[in-house]
Design a binder for this molecule. Structure first.
Ligand code: PLP
Length: 407
């Protein structure tokens, strides 16, 4: 083999890798890494032991962490922790954060209490894989408050909360539930995606674990999937072991996007709050609307709890349509007319990005304690557009819906 070819291959593998740039940039560079290099065997071994102990910033491999993912873990612990001693782990999606933490703390014979208003796939996981592993789930009324005590059994290990709940937006008395749980040695976990640390401080309420779908407001731009589990220090070893054993990890590019998104999260969320409330007030005045399920409206059944515990509301809420308008055979066509071909509201399952979304919500299969008894439900995510344009868009949607109902 000519020397020049060998030189090329060696150069390809080695050039440009030892730059020690003295340029200071506002944002950290993105580290894309599987391999982490060590100068000595002793350093490699010490790093392996530190990873095993779950030490902060320890790594041996991209799955354990890179400077970019470590920066995001630190930021999450600081912001979501709000002064409490917590650690954060990153997962490839919000759902992965939910399932990993449940697998980390539950085992055969354990009993789990889950709010009836939980995000659908949380419920599917509890009834599916967790049930197969011998974990029994009981669903509870999200408005149970301190009454949760009566549902706790000797084998109850964990109470899962989500406030406000998915689709129906019940606000839970989280401090009361956490107090009852703590007295009985039961762990509490909350899905804090809706409010995020901008509007809620779950560790002040007493929870042991908070999970966030970073896919939503922290990414904020509908271009990244990620989740986080934030836990009190005492639970960290258990959660870290499960994270490692399940191979849960995220890449540097995605961590960078979430770090970039979180810088503006507070500003965006305040605008989501204002815009959504304006749209919600307008919807309340429509004759086609039976109820608007938005915790910041005084008409919301747990509005007082929301005022006590939250400092704002995000852009996601639902409204139900006046049932007397809907002959069952026309319901689908009417909902399609309301949602399809809008100028600003697009049809999409997600939320938390800059853009407005609309989606009918069939939740009959997702409730067992408090079945939904109102008219057809529609969930909206109010984005950062001018709310007047969004209202005009919905007005057109209602006209199209009325037309479909009359034809
Ligand atoms: C309340 C809630 N929690 C968790 C998730 C899961 O997040 P991801 O889509 O990143 O898996 C979602 C997604 O819609 C959600 O609405």
């Amino acid at each position: 083999m000519p020397d020049s070819a060998r030189d090329l291959r060696t150069r390809l593998a080695e050039s440009g890798r030892r730059i020690d740039a003295a340029v200071n940039t506002a944002n950290l560079p993105v580290h894309r890494a599987s391999t982490v290099l060590f100068d000595t065997l002793a350093q490699a071994e010490a790093a392996g032991q530190a990873v095993g102990r779950g030490e902060r910033h320890a790594t041996t491999y991209g799955t354990a962490g890179t400077p970019t993912t470590m920066a995001l873990m630190d930021a999450l612990a600081e912001i979501e922790g709000g002064g409490h001693a917590v650690r954060a782990a990153l997962m490839p999606s919000g759902l992965a954060a939910i399932t990993t933490v449940l697998l980390a703390v539950l085992g055969p014979g354990d009993h789990l209490l889950v709010t009836d208003s939980a995000y659908g796939p949380t419920r599917v996981f509890c009834d599916g894989l967790l049930a197969r592993l011998g974990v029994r789930t009981t669903y509870y009324d999200p408005t149970v408050g301190a009454g949760i005590a009566a549902l706790i059994r000797p084998e109850t290990k964990l109470i899962w909360l989500e406030s406000p709940g998915s689709y129906t937006f019940e606000v839970q008395d989280v401090p009361a539930i956490c107090a009852a749980a703590r007295e009985r040695g039961v762990l509490t976990m909350i899905d804090n995606t809706w409010a995020s640390p901008v509007f809620a401080r779950p560790f002040d309420w007493g929870v042991d674990v908070s999970m966030l779908a970073l896919t939503k407001y922290w990414g904020g731009h509908s271009d990244v999937l990620m989740g986080a589990v934030v836990v009190r220090e005492a639970l960290w070893p258990q959660v870290w072991v499960a994270t490692r054993q399940l191979g849960q990890c995220v890449g540097g590019d995605d961590a960078f996007l979430v770090l970039r998104g979180l810088r503006t999260a507070e500003v965006r969320m305040r605008r989501h709050h204002e815009n959504a409330l304006e749209v919600a007030h307008w919807l309340q005045r429509r004759e086609e609307v039976e109820a608007v399920l938005h915790p910041a409206l005084p008409s919301h059944p747990q509005h007082a709890l929301w005022r006590r515990d939250f400092s704002g509301a995000s852009g996601l809420f639902s409204f139900s349509l006046e049932p007397s308008l809907f002959a069952p055979t026309r319901a689908y066509a009417a909902l399609a007319a309301l949602c399809e071909h809008r100028r600003h509201f697009r049809i999409g399952y997600s939320w938390g990005g800059f853009e407005s979304l609309v989606m009918p919500a069939g939740i009959a299969h997702l409730r067992s304690v408090r079945p939904w008894t109102g008219g057809p439900l529609v969930r909206v995510h109010v984005g950062l557009e001018d709310p007047r344009a969004l209202i005009a868009d919905l007005q057109d949607g209602f006209e199209a819906m009325q037309h479909a109902l009359a034809s």
